[in-house]
Design a protein around this ligand. Structure first.
Ligand code: NAD
Length: 302
């Protein structure tokens, strides 16, 4: 059985897969053109978020049986095209949630306390102590959009900060946590922080836009460690410039890596803290994700 790993997979997980009798493993990031060339030969394709598994790639996989996604979001895979050909798509929900939740809280604190700007100023020889007064998380209200695996891990941790927690999720009506489920308009109206943990779907595309931002509190802090495309970046830029939004913490962008235009506008703002899609990039999460995916694959191919 020929398995091709197209995005980096945890070393231990790769070794485990290699040890399965009958498995012939290749591991190398191929760009679309080269990936298309090898697709007719492989039975299992493993990706993270970088490889876009489009319908033509799936079509070229005449022997393809399984697409393994080391991670959660399936927006980089044409699942419908795969299903139409009877190809199974396997992912690893939950295995990287803690890492994304921890980064989310890091971004919330970085936005509230100007950690990135303070670092840049100091490195440039500027003592900007007077300009960098910030906010506590304590006692303030956070609105969590999407109360799945990551949303819940975020809530669990923010309760320890003594924050008041609101959440919106059309598929979650109640929770046993000290979290109030509310509708979106209430969440926008009452939250000092809004953090997004939904998948990118046609319903969530540009969920945060000029109109929804106008419903938010003045001085709100917005965090997105879910997917670029859920926030309209132009609308966010304008709101950050006007001060409607106090700061934004972004791990994901509509185009990754971001365009020069985004770098020169949105990312150049002092009230934007940004990281290059590293929500799940911890040794712990990658090991968990890799091992879980490989165990699931082995069950399928055994
Ligand atoms: P999950 O499936 O456990 O939770 C997603 C939740 O969103 C579900 O409870 C679902 O009901 C809810 N939802 C769906 N549509 C919604 C809508 N229109 N409005 C509100 N809620 C809605 O997934 P998860 O593991 O919590 O991950 C959430 C997202 O985070 C993923 O889809 C992925 O895009 C992103 N993610 C990012 C990174 C990163 O590196 N930054 C890593 C992992 C996941």
């Amino acid at each position: 059985m020929r398995i091709h790993i197209n995005d980096p997979l945890d070393k231990q997980a790769t070794e485990r897969l290699k040890s399965v009798p009958g498995v012939e493993l290749t591991s190398e990031h191929l760009e679309k053109e080269d990936l298309l060339k090898i697709m007719p030969e492989i039975e299992v394709l493993i990706v993270r978020s970088a490889t876009k598994v489009t319908a033509d790639i799936i079509e070229a996989g005449t022997k393809l049986k399984i697409i393994g996604r080391a991670g959660t979001g399936l927006d980089n895979i044409d699942v419908k095209a795969a299903e139409a050909k009877g190809i199974k798509v396997i992912n690893t929900p939950g295995a990287n949630s803690i890492s994304v939740a921890e980064l989310t809280i890091g971004l919330m604190i970085a936005c509230s306390r100007h950690i990135a700007r303070g670092t840049i100023d100091l490195k440039n020889g500027k003592w900007t102590k007077k300009e960098l007064e910030g906010h506590e998380l304590f006692g303030r209200t956070v609105g969590i959009i999407g109360f799945g695996n990551i949303g819940r891990e975020v809530a669990k941790r923010l309760l320890a900060f003594d924050m008041k927690i609101l959440a919106y999720d059309p598929f979650v009506k109640e929770t046993d946590m000290n979290v109030k489920m509310v509708d979106l308009d209430t969440l926008y109206k009452e939250s000092d922080y809004i953090t997004i943990h939904v998948p990118l779907t046609p319903e969530t595309k540009n969920l945060i836009n000029k109109e929804t931002i106008s419903k938010m509190k003045d001085g709100v802090i917005i965090i997105n460690a879910a997917r670029g495309g859920i926030i309209d970046e132009e609308a966010l830029y304008e709101a950050l410039v006007s001060g409607k939004v106090y700061a934004a913490g972004l791990d994901v962008f509509e185009v990754e890596p971001p365009t020069d235009e985004l770098r020169q506008k949105l990312l150049a703002l002092p009230n934007v803290v940004a990281t290059p899609h590293i929500g799940a990039s911890t040794f712990e999460a990658q090991e968990r994700v890799g091992m879980l995916l490989v165990e699931r694959l082995i069950k399928e191919i055994a």
